[in-house]
Design a protein around this ligand. Structure first.
Ligand SMILES: C[S@@+](CC[C@H](N)C(=O)[O-])C[C@H]1O[C@@H](n2cnc3c(N)ncnc32)[C@H](O)[C@@H]1O
Length: 1020
């Protein structure tokens, strides 16, 4: 625990945190939609509001100083954790699971406006002498942190370098705060439109918790009194205005056939078959819909003239067999023309042949772009029938309508500032925008001609709405806010209107950014923007209006926020009590390269709205790196440094350091900085911690909050852990002096056990236990500007070396718990590293799949590499997640081989009988046996019925003289029991009985000096 200064008592977060509650409610929040910040505008890596709220409150409030009050405060904040038995569907089977949830507190979505929030607002004010504390977020992105700070009544400054993020911040924070509490009569065109009023009244009360019964009638009666509304109602009204004008212009491009409204058109990109010159449609899957009770797929029909194929829609019945057989059947009948190696031609070839390799397809598509004749074929149309969505082949007039749009593009974009979005799509070193490789290298190329006409038309009318608002007497403040929200609506539409949008087999359209990349899609779905289902303009208005309604109620009591588009490395005006931020993380997310998608549309839509907006969007795309100023977007992307990885990494690390330095300057002497890091590779994490310390901070605490659903797509393909670690820092005294390694390590050791016990008793386990211990341990190190090595002149103890020592203590502590059946023991110190790893991993994850990030962390803590645990020690195997991810992507209609080809993201411990080298515990083995090898070897010998060889082996290996041996055996029995491995339990027990029956129970023996332990055992 941090040392207390009289004038600067510890904050709650430096002592305790409602970790489980914040994690549960953060994960839950991913499922909520109505009114949530994420529905206003897409921004990558938005932190959950629950986590931000918990971190802010716990940082703003002092620790009460005693257990009882602290417990009470934590409960008021996070509520209590409850569990209920429920079932999960796994491969068609119902598997029982225990589901935890919170009860009470103010973190859960929907409880943020409970009476207790007011309690916290008042307490926060009290803690700051009756005024609103000032909070800075220099990497504010989509605005989760500043929004929560405003909810708590703080004075907020939110900064981001990206103009799109800056614009989102204005819409998230600034406009609602300015216009909260204001209402005005709805414009007459809205009140006079029965269609609008119906929709408007239906929406009344939506997104707020208390929905009065019979709300429609109640609202209707209000309507006849005064048709007044707040900002959200006016956004609905002007959204309707734009939609009606766009409908007039666009309706002819979306013909309704047989009275059934069109939901979407499904397309396949085409190439020319190298062998037979037929038009070859590229399809990842033939499935159109695959639900338990509804299954349709495309049927390919070769044209008699062999020029290409046509499509039919057929119902596909469920076949018998077990789950695996059914899956295999579905894969076979749904197999599209695309495979990992290329495409087969339905005219001259068959499935499992390759007519066009990936390279051929790339070359063909590039040629298409160069000649301006980009190939695609409509495969099916989704329409809204009486009983749900229906699928049918396209009608000639539908195909014609799509082609008619080509002639309109030029005219439409004549009226749009900056014309067609011809700006280049940037390529990063990771290849996140790999559509470029196929010739999709300018933004407009990501849209069909009809999508361009539609978006251009919506831009035109959104812009025209401004003048109409002025004519209706709206003030400039209202006009700006309303126009900005209409632009958000258009952005939502754009996100659902590119050729990267896929038809999801659960019957909805996926948006462009299902992950933050620009992949190549083979087949895609084109939404009807005038329709009534997901992705259309009317729905977009609803989502935007719902957020505004939420925001108006939550930021109404905070002072006016400041939103700045600048680099976090720059000096910020004023002093702040709290910096709470979530910086970009090396090359994890290509923010500006992907978000330029929105930049190009916003720049066109907003142009002329205000001098500030024009100035911010003066460049055609978002800022990258300015070599002259040595500043820009902080991302480790070698493409911005002529392919030089070292320069790129150094620029990122230096930039992050300068940003932390700037935060240091912006903080009051008693201020706190809390930094959330997505926790990936321990080495990279250590570099960031070093920057924080170098910038003048003492790290006092760290809390790993689970903020992501573990099954999200990206998590499968990268080594991303499901948690982010929130580091709590305070300013180091100017007078702090260099420390000495011996002293610092001693101080860390003397303090850490106390924290470890507290965390253990609080039920923190697994990698979280390691991360939670890291912060308090770092305090001993970071309170010195530098820590020198006493025994090596001029050498310093690096953060990495220090953290290694910390993690080793933490790991030994956990393994000590395992060996002593939850007591405390120092026996782990006598074990070799791979055995420690085995016990730790087995204790935390059993034989199930474990996140690779956790395995790397544990391996490093045991001075091992994860790869060695696979290859050299044969203890770990890569998990199944790759296969699972591929299946999941296929289900979603994904076509991203490039991504799934990366390594799996889980690992699992091998069972003793699965280890491939049966002899690894024998003296003939090429490396010295570890204890876990020896035990597994004994198990093999025993299973073979060779008691004599077991005895000889025990003697030869000196195991009877090893005091820790019986405890490891006992621990393995318990772990196997926990994993329901009855055979393993009985095998280990019979070996133990055999050893005891020989009357030479190892525990009775004195410890021998020739025991093999630690490094010695492995390296031999
Ligand atoms: C992890 S995100 C922040 C997400 C945010 N906490 C949220 O909830 O949406 C990091 C942000 O840093 C921004 N960024 C990158 N370089 C920057 C710089 N030099 N100055 C300010 N912001 C920068 C990116 O644009 C991105 O929005």
């Amino acid at each position: 625990m941090m040392q207390e200064r009289r004038d600067d008592p510890p904050r709650l977060i430096e002592v305790a945190f409602p970790l489980k509650q914040a994690s549960l409610d953060s994960v839950h929040e991913k499922n909520v939609r109505h009114g949530h910040i994420s529905t206003l505008h897409i921004w990558p890596a938005r932190r959950p509001l629950a986590a931000c709220r918990a971190a802010l409150i716990a940082t703003l409030l002092p620790d009460p100083g005693n257990d009882a009050e602290r417990r009470q405060l934590l409960e008021k904040l996070g509520g209590v954790v409850k569990a209920k038995d429920t079932f999960k569907n796994v491969d068609g089977r119902k598997v029982p699971v225990l589901q935890e949830h919170t009860d009470g507190g103010i973190l859960h979505w929907g409880r943020e406006d409970s009476a207790d929030l007011e309690f916290f607002r008042l307490e926060i004010k009290k803690a700051f002498g009756g005024r609103a504390p000032r909070v800075l977020d220099p990497f504010a992105g989509g605005g989760a942190i500043p929004l929560e700070a405003m909810r708590l009544g703080c004075e907020v400054t939110a900064i981001d370098i990206n103009p799109v993020a800056w614009f989102i911040l204005k819409c998230t924070l600034e406009y609602p705060q300015r216009l909260a509490g204001q209402t005005r009569p709805l414009p007459s065109f809205a009140v006079e439109s029965p269609e609008f009023m119906k929709r408007f009244l239906k929406s009344a009360g939506k997104g707020t918790k208390a929905q009065p019964r019979g709300k429609e009638e109640a609202a209707q009666s209000r309507m006849f009194e005064v048709p007044e509304s707040d900002l959200s109602g006016h956004v609905r009204a002007w959204g309707h205005w734009v939609l009606e004008r766009a409908r007039n212009d666009l309706e002819r491009f979306y013909p309704t056939v047989e009275g059934k409204p069109t939901v979407a058109y499904l397309w396949a990109r085409t190439v020319t078959c190298k062998n037979c010159r037929a038009t070859l449609p590229l399809l990842k899957t033939l499935w159109l819909c695959r639900k338990d009770n509804k299954r349709y797929r495309l049927d390919i029909k070769r044209r008699p003239d062999k020029s290409g194929v046509d499509f039919d829609v057929v119902a596909e019945p469920v076949v018998g067999g077990n789950a695996a057989q059914r899956r295999a059947h579905d894969r076979r009948v749904g197999q599209g023309t695309m495979s990992r190696s290329g495409a087969w031609c339905p005219v001259c070839g068959g499935p499992n042949t390759v007519a066009m390799t990936r390279d051929d397809i790339q070359a063909d598509m590039k040629e298409q772009h160069a000649s301006g004749r980009v190939g695609s074929q409509m495969t099916a149309v989704v329409v809204q029938g009486q009983r749900g969505k229906e699928y049918r082949p396209p009608m000639p007039e539908e195909i014609r309508a799509a082609h008619d749009a080509v002639a309109e593009i030029e005219d439409v974009f004549k009226e749009v500032p900056f014309g067609l979005p011809e700006e280049q799509i940037q390529i990063d070193a990771k290849g996140s925008t790999w559509c470029v490789r196929y010739g999709f290298d300018q933004w407009y190329k990501l849209f069909t001609p009809r999508q361009l006409v539609a978006l251009g038309t919506f831009v035109k009318h959104t812009r025209a709405a401004r003048e109409a608002m002025q004519a209706e007497g709206y003030s400039p403040e209202w006009v700006e806010a309303l126009s900005a929200y209409l632009a958000c609506t258009l952005e939502r539409l754009a996100s659902y209107s590119s050729t990267l949008c896929l038809w999801v087999l659960k019957e909805f359209i996926g948006q462009t950014f299902t992950r933050f990349a620009l992949p190549i899609t083979w087949d895609f779905a084109e939404v009807n923007p005038l329709g009534n289902t997901t992705g259309n303009f009317a729905g977009a208005i609803d989502w935007v209006a719902l957020y505004i309604a939420h925001a108006l109620a939550c930021v109404d009591r905070s002072p006016r926020p400041e939103t700045l588009q600048q680099s976090a490395t720059e000096k910020v005006r004023g002093l702040f009590e709290i910096v709470l931020t979530d910086p970009p993380y090396y090359d994890a997310i290509p923010y500006s390269d992907t978000m330029d998608f929105f930049h190009v549309w916003l720049r066109r839509t907003l142009h002329g709205l205000s001098p500030e907006i024009d100035e911010t969007f003066r460049q055609p795309i978002g800022p990258k790196w300015d070599h002259e100023r040595n500043d820009g977007e902080l991302i480790d992307d070698a493409c911005r440094f002529g392919g030089d990885n070292d320069r790129s990494r150094a620029a990122y690390e230096d930039g992050i350091f300068r940003a932390f330095r700037s935060c240091h300057d912006a903080l009051t002497p008693e201020g706190r900085m809390v930094v959330a890091f997505a926790n990936k590779q321990p080495e990279a994490w250590e570099t960031l911690v070093s920057s924080i310390i170098r910038a003048g901070f003492v790290v006092a605490a760290s809390w790993p909050i689970q903020t992501e659903r573990t099954m999200r797509m990206r998590a499968h393909e990268s080594a991303a852990l499901s948690s982010s670690v929130w580091l709590v820092c305070r300013k180091r005294a100017e007078t702090a002096r260099p420390g000495w390694n011996t002293q610092v390590l001693e101080e860390m050791r003397s303090r850490i056990y106390d924290r470890l016990r507290t965390f253990w008793d609080a039920g923190i386990r697994g990698p979280d236990f390691v991360w939670a211990a890291t912060g308090p341990a770092l305090e001993a190190y970071s309170k010195h500007p530098v820590v020198k090595k006493a025994d090596e002149p001029n050498a310093v103890l690096t953060v990495s070396e220090f953290l290694h020592a910390v993690r080793r203590i933490v790991v030994d502590y956990v393994v000590g718990r395992v060996l002593s059946q939850d007591g405390e023991s120092t026996e782990a110190e006598a074990l070799d590293n791979p055995t420690i790893y085995y016990l730790l991993h087995r204790h935390d994850f059993g034989l199930a799949e474990a996140p690779v990030g956790a395995c790397i962390l544990y391996a490093q803590s045991c001075s091992l590499r994860d790869r060695d645990l696979v290859d050299r020690y044969d203890l770990l195997a890569y998990g199944k997640s790759r296969a699972a991810a591929e299946e999941q992507l296929e289900d979603a209609g994904e076509s991203s081989e490039e991504e799934t080809a990366t390594s799996g993201s889980t690992m699992r411990l091998k069972r003793w009988e699965q280890r491939r080298r049966r002899d690894s515990g024998l003296p003939v083995s090429s490396r010295r046996a570890t204890l876990i090898d020896q035990i597994h070897c004994i198990m093999h010998l025993w299973k073979d019925g060779d008691a004599q060889r077991v005895d000889t082996y025990l003697e030869q290996q000196g195991l009877r003289r090893k005091p820790v041996f019986p405890n490891v055996m006992q621990a393995l029995i318990e772990l196997a029991r926990k994993d329901n491995q009855a055979d393993e339990v009985s095998l280990l027990e019979s070996i133990m009985n055999h050893i005891s029956a020989r009357g030479v129970h190892p525990q009775m023996r004195l410890m021998h000096t020739d025991d093999v332990s630690g490094e010695e055992a492995e390296d031999g």
